[in-house]
Design a protein around this ligand. Sequence first.
Ligand code: UGB
Length: 598
Amino acid sequence: RKNLSLLSSQQVELAKMLLEMNQSHLFQHWPEPGVNDDDKLAFLEQVARLNASYPGGLASYIKTARELLADSKAGKNPYDGFSPSVPSGEALTFGDDKFVQYEDAGVWEARKAVFVLVAGGLGERLGYNGIKVALPLESTTGTCFLQHYIESILALQETSCRLAQGEGLTEIPLAIMTSDDTHLRTIKLLESNAYFGMKPTQIKLLKQEKVACLDDNDARLAVDPHNKYIIQTKPHGHGDVHSLLYSSGLLKEWLDAGRKWVLFFQDTNGLLFKAIPAALGVSATNEYHVNSLAVPRKAKEAIGGITKLTHQDGRTMVINVEYNQLDPLLRATGNPDGDVNCETGYSPFPGNINQLIFEIGPYLEELSKTGGSIKEFVNPKYKDSTKTAFKSSTRLECMMQDYPKTLPPSAKVGFTVMDTWYAYAPVKNNPEDAAKVPKGNPYHSATSGEMAIYRANSLILRKAGVKVADPVNHVFNGQEVEVFPRIVWKPKWGLTFSDIRSKVKGNCSITQRSTIAIKGRNIYLEDLALDGALVLDAIDDAEVKVGGSVQNAGCIIQSVDFKDTSVPEEVRIRGFKIIKVEQLEKTYSEPGKFSLKL
Ligand code: UGB
């Protein structure tokens, strides 16, 4: 290995910077030259990595940390001088004329879009040991979140590029932000599934680095308790996505290639793509630089609230206020009850679901000024009220939805409120915590996430004219949920409401105990009466009309206790499994027109 006397000038500069920034404790334990040189080199290499991965470098990190820690000690309110009010945005109703117009506009625009999935979090609240994008979003077909996301993007790509034939753009890129916790497992999931049908070159992985932990109010960097040559690090938050898109050159590449929109989304929302086309249509029609998707939110629910903030000096911004800050902000500004439901039964502040659509041009222009750094915050857990010592080391954090905080007032920042039933069903909470959620508030568990898919698909088919039976109530893992028929389809079968509406005809009906999985693009249901389980598959060149009556024993749902470790974790956390007793399967693998009368 290298001798310490051969340190690069950059390493020497960084060590000097640390000494100047009152970080001499990092070197105090170093023995004389020649002893532990490999450890010392590894330490300096880590310092160089931490320096390179933070906009402005480590010196800037330490400086910002000191300022934020001083503000936190002084109890400074980050919203000092601002008063909150309810903003106005675009509200959509699934399936009505306006919604369909926005969907059409969104599908047309989609060929100029890129998607960015933030998937660097481990999901501590869920307590699942794998990566969250590998979890099945429903267990009827076992499709995992990543597969569903990729297939949805491919379906959008196919339709949008076909509509705009000859315009040159043929692929919608996907970038995935990973972290050390998720990177290798994300690659493995993609590689072992042939990238779920996407071209490998269409997907770019950007790994976020962790940031240095801080031991005290002077922002002294924390060393690992087990190895003094390692600086302790923790995740910096999903806000890293902006600096990564900027520093990797991807944003510029996309803009140069004629792309206009970047859509950010999170790791476990199986409903999201039902809302994407219309939301993109809203961005395009209203020429929003920033468009945040929101849903009605119960007061104190653990999702941020979209809020209009007006400063005493007249400045205003529409921004997410995180769930733990909205209530204190309201109380401090003349609303003694804080965050409470209004007469609608919901908080007047719509809930941020962290699905953001930015116009790339103005976004890149802004990042060229900021380097992609996002307003950070610090959340130290103090030992006592003197706020002089921490219970454990802390670090700076940042959130992707804070991007608009640095924008000038001329920026067009809007939001779109969608109904929760078709836009938002994340899988975030473990069964025990979900069972403790106050009645009426969403569980956000694997159980509710899956049931939300069946509910949304049932309600959409109803809107399209199918007679879908009412749900029955069941309790799984201590959570009472409505169980609709298990209706699932591939994104390419029904990407938009108009698409779906064109594929069901005549008098169709589905009973509550039924299951239907539609896997082919050109499958049409016509006068179909289903009471049991039916699986339909067809290649894209096969057009199949399916009608008549199906009756069989179908699939049954069997309860599973989350504590039963003999059952795989992804099954246990949802509290049930699906047993296929009898199902009718029809597959069409030859091109042509077919009519199936059952
Ligand atoms: N994530 C990363 O990629 N890197 C990180 O360092 C951390 C997370 P959580 P959170 O949808 O209900 C957000 O932990 O942060 C990814 C919004 O802030 O699931 O508590 C991670 O993989 C909040 O306003 O959520 O809360 C995941 O995909 C509200 O919208 C995503 O970031 C809330 O989500 C979110 O991480 C919500």
